[in-house]
Design a protein around this ligand. Structure first.
Ligand SMILES: CC(=O)N[C@H]1[C@@H](OP(=O)(O)OP(=O)(O)OC[C@H]2O[C@@H](n3ccc(=O)[nH]c3=O)[C@H](O)[C@@H]2O)O[C@H](CO)[C@@H](O)[C@@H]1O
Ligand SMILES: C=C(OP(=O)(O)O)C(=O)O
Length: 430
């Protein structure tokens, strides 16, 4: 099992290319099920989750070409992948495939919309909370779907003439359920209005791609999305937007170590609130022609309180990384997690490095310390893992991060990107 060894203490200086967003690429890939034409996606990151979804889509009948070839091309940062689903050959998404990754559940929307039926295993994914699927099911029922749960599977059936436009107000913001409902509504008969929709940039990115495929969508990126159903979608070419979580992660790494790094190919507006928190912590962040420049020279790290919220609030997917940064601040900070009920697994691992953190319900109190010391730590989920890398970069001596398969779900070539900027980070394969 691979591990990551870090020798802390080096500043980061240089350029880090930001990859296409995992959380945009996954729903975009799933959208290929909605058409019999070819959907071409550019800037698809090479990540374990993407590879897993390729297997799942293959099972439904999607033919895949990566950089013009049939076998997976791993050498390039940014891959162009063509997806062609002439017919849906299987409407079942089995437990063995879906249990590994939550987003694979999202095939339920396109399968139902195009084939009229779907049998999809209840999902897996990062163990950060119970993560039910009730809102997906309620939303699909609002489009006329009949739903039953049997043996760990959701069986969904559209009415005889296909899904029908409907009105659904989310009682709670859900990124995944917004993606699914929007995709399902593209092929429904009539107009669908989705209220209290997720406003994450990945939702707008999916809507832009669906629109290029012939869908009629307005309001994506706001909390009310209207979809006028059409009878079919066609092929399109779309570029996956830059990964805002990867952007924020490296920005926090620079704030942690000090240095001067340009995050190439990304944009400030994708991070909104999180950049303000980073600036308050002491990082200088400027937009350049090629991306975002992050600098921290001389000044220490200031304590900043954050509360995770749906976009444009501070993202839960950056909570662990910001906590790592706060372990070295010059005072006391508080981090409140409002999205997932069990997303503090990194706390005990950060403590191994000398962090002082106490938990009270959904709030963590972090008392900054002068120094962290390297230690063996264990990655528990994707973002928790990278928070340990950030802490390790600033810790004295060696930090060994175990179970890095979590990291490989969402960070493309992490050790290479950091090493190029002066960090001592290497992958150790046993
Ligand atoms: C692949 C992907 O894009 N994953 C992201 C997506 O996950 P994901 O789409 O799974 O997260 P959601 O936005 O759906 O979850 C938000 C909250 O709603 C709850 N909920 C959700 C659906 C439902 O049917 N019932 C319900 O109660 C969840 O348990 C959670 O408490 O958004 C999360 C919140 O920004 C991010 O952390 C994940 O990285
Ligand atoms: C929680 C995450 O992913 P998933 O929703 O796929 O579990 C994440 O990207 O941080």
């Amino acid at each position: 099992m691979d591990r990551i060894r870090i020798r802390g203490g080096n500043k980061l200086n240089g350029v880090i290319p930001i990859s296409g967003a995992k959380n945009a690429a996954l729903p975009l890939m799933i959208a290929s099920l909605l058409t019999s034409d070819t959907l071409t996606l550019e800037n698809v990151p090479h990540l374990a989750d993407v590879e897993q979804l390729l297997r799942i889509l293959g099972n439904h009948g999607v033919d895949v070409m990566v950089n013009g070839r049939r076998e997976s091309q791993t050498e390039s940062y940014s891959r162009t992948i063509q997806f062609t689903c002439r017919t849906i050959v299987d409407t079942t998404a089995p437990y063995e495939l879906v249990s590994k990754m939550r987003a694979s559940f999202w095939v339920i929307g396109p399968l139902l919309a195009r084939a009229g039926t779907a049998r999809v295993s209840l999902p897996g994914g990062c163990a950060i909370g119970t993560r039910p699927v009730d809102l997906f099911l309620e939303g699909l029922q609002a489009l006329g779907a009949e739903i039953e749960i049997d043996g760990g599977y959701v069986n969904a059936t559209a009415p005889a003439g296909g899904l029908v436009g409907g009105h659904y107000t989310f009682p709670k913001v859900s990124v995944g359920a917004t993606h699914v409902l929007m995709m399902a509504a593209t092929l429904a008969n009539g107009t669908t209005v989705i209220e209290n929709a997720a406003r994450e940039p990945e939702v707008a990115d999916l809507a832009a791609c669906l629109t290029a495929m012939g869908a009629r969508i307005s309001g994506a990126g706001t909390s009310t999305i209207t979809v006028e159903g059409v009878s079919s979608l066609h092929g399109a070419r779309h570029r996956v937007l830059p990964d805002r979580i990867e952007t924020g992660t490296y920005a926090m790494a620079v704030a942690m170590t000090g240095g001067d790094v340009t995050l190439e190919g990304t944009r400030a507006e994708l991070l909104d609130n999180a950049l303000d928190s980073l600036r308050m912590a002491g990082a200088e962040i400027t937009e350049t022609g090629s991306g975002l420049r992050v600098v921290r020279n001389g000044n220490g790290i200031q304590p900043v309180d954050v509360v995770t919220e749906p976009f444009p609030g501070f993202p839960t997917d950056l909570q662990a990384q910001f906590m790592a940064l706060m372990t070295r601040s010059s005072g006391v900070s508080h981090i409140t997690e409002t999205i997932f009920e069990n997303r503090f697994m990194h706390v005990q691992e950060l403590a191994r490095l000398g962090a002082r953190i106490s938990l009270s319900g959904q709030m963590a109190r972090i008392e900054g310390v002068d120094r962290l010391r390297g230690a063996p730590v264990m990655a528990t989920d994707l973002r928790a893992s990278v928070s340990l890398v950030i802490a390790g970069l600033a810790a004295e001596g060696e930090t060994m991060v175990n179970r890095v398969y979590h990291l490989d779900r969402g960070f493309e070539r992490l050790e290479e990107k950091l090493t190029r900027c002066g960090a001592e980070v290497e992958r150790v394969s046993d």
